[in-house]
Design a protein around this ligand. Structure first.
Ligand SMILES: CC(C)(COP(=O)(O)OP(=O)(O)OC[C@H]1O[C@@H](n2cnc3c(N)ncnc32)[C@H](O)[C@@H]1OP(=O)(O)O)[C@@H](O)C(=O)NCCC(=O)NCCS
Length: 160
């Protein structure tokens, strides 16, 4: 399977910075510029998520961030956000591809995430990155939207 985006790209060359606990404020600021106030994560939540076993993240200083974690051979996207005024420039695709590559490098063979069924932009991004629906949590989000559980295999898409 071929994947959309530069999964093997050098994150530094793409302008990405590895997120550390000292970036909690910056991560929260980007999140607040991407999500409605009731869904935005503050600095403490960012630090908590980054501090989870296997947690890692990437920041695009132009206005993007992603947090993920690896546990054994499974990885999970915890959150992905691109500020509203920085969208449709490829930031989301590059952040996702980089997180997938990082997780693969840390031993994950598959990656999971949850996305609201009505979140068409994110669903398109994930579909093009190789994610497929493997589950649905009905009325999971406030407002009643379903959560779709998506999965992508991380291992050797192009190897016979
Ligand atoms: C989803 C999100 C991260 C996409 O970030 P982005 O930087 O705009 O995405 P990209 O520019 O890298 O787009 C990559 C591909 O995703 C799809 N896509 C992104 N935004 C889209 C939109 N509004 N409508 C349709 N497809 C879209 C397209 O296939 C796009 O490729 P193309 O531009 O060549 O058509 C961003 O819209 C966002 O932060 N939304 C709010 C927070 C959120 O929903 N996060 C995900 C929660 S699971």
């Amino acid at each position: 399977m071929t994947r959309d985006g530069p999964a093997d790209a050098d994150p530094a060359a793409a302008g990405l910075v590895p997120a550390g606990l000292g970036h909690a404020e910056a991560l929260a600021a980007i999140h607040a510029a991407a999500f409605p106030p009731d869904a935005a994560w503050g600095p403490q939540v960012m630090a908590l998520q980054l501090g989870l076993p296997g947690g890692f993240g990437w920041i695009d200083p132009r206005g993007g961030m992603i947090l993920a974690r690896v546990a054994a051979d499974e990885a999970e996207i915890l959150t992905l956000a691109v500020a509203a005024d920085a969208r449709r420039c490829g930031l989301g695709r590059t952040l996702l591809a980089t997180a997938m590559h990082t997780a693969e490098g840390r031993g994950a063979r598959m990656m999971f995430l949850e996305v609201a069924s009505r979140n068409a932009p994110a669903r398109m991004l994930y579909e093009r990155a190789g994610f497929t629906e493997v589950g649905r949590r009905r009325r999971y989000y406030p407002g009643g939207d379903d959560a779709l559980v998506l999965r992508a295999d991380l291992i050797s898409r192009d190897t016979p």
